[in-house]
Design a binder for this molecule. Structure first.
Ligand code: SF4
Length: 143
């Protein structure tokens, strides 16, 4: 099965801080499935490292106050393009991220607090019928 996976979860150093966050659980799945790695923030044209971003009233705003919504949307559309190209029904995306988080994200205050909601890419994939998991519930992915 073809599955979209956040690049940082397989250890690519694409996070805002310049690091990755390898997940052993996700890494295990790569032996059984074909993984399509995506980093929507890089694919939308943002550099690495970059200032952290949170969603504020639906806009992607970085810690310096710059609006990155355009890059976030472009990245999300590029990921959706790949999802369609490779007929992906499932995605495993990094939790809490303003791009990749699904169901729960940082609340826009840059204080580490969480709120209900989804990142821009996770939301777009969900709207297009793709089931989104994260590194903590990836074991629920159907065989
Ligand atoms: Fe990871 Fe997604 Fe952030 Fe890229 S945009 S670093 S894939 S959480």
């Amino acid at each position: 099965m073809n599955i979209l996976v956040s690049s940082c979860l397989l250890g690519l150093n694409c996070r805002y801080c310049g690091n990755g966050c390898l997940s052993q659980a996700v890494q295990k799945l790569s032996s059984r499935h074909t993984i399509i790695l995506v980093c929507p923030e890089q694919m939308g044209g943002l550099p690495t490292p970059r200032p952290p971003v949170e969603l504020v009233n639906g806009r992607a705003v970085n810690k310096d106050g710059a609006d990155c919504t355009g890059q976030f949307q472009k990245g999300a559309e590029e990921v959706l393009k790949l999802a369609k190209m490779f007929h992906c029904q499932y995605a495993i995306l990094k939790c809490k991220s303003p791009s990749c988080g699904f169901g729960q994200i940082y609340d826009g205050t840059f204080s580490g607090k969480l709120t209900e909601g989804s990142g821009i890419t996770a939301g777009l994939l969900h709207k297009n019928g793709i089931t989104v998991f994260n590194e903590n519930n990836a074991d629920r992915l159907p065989e």
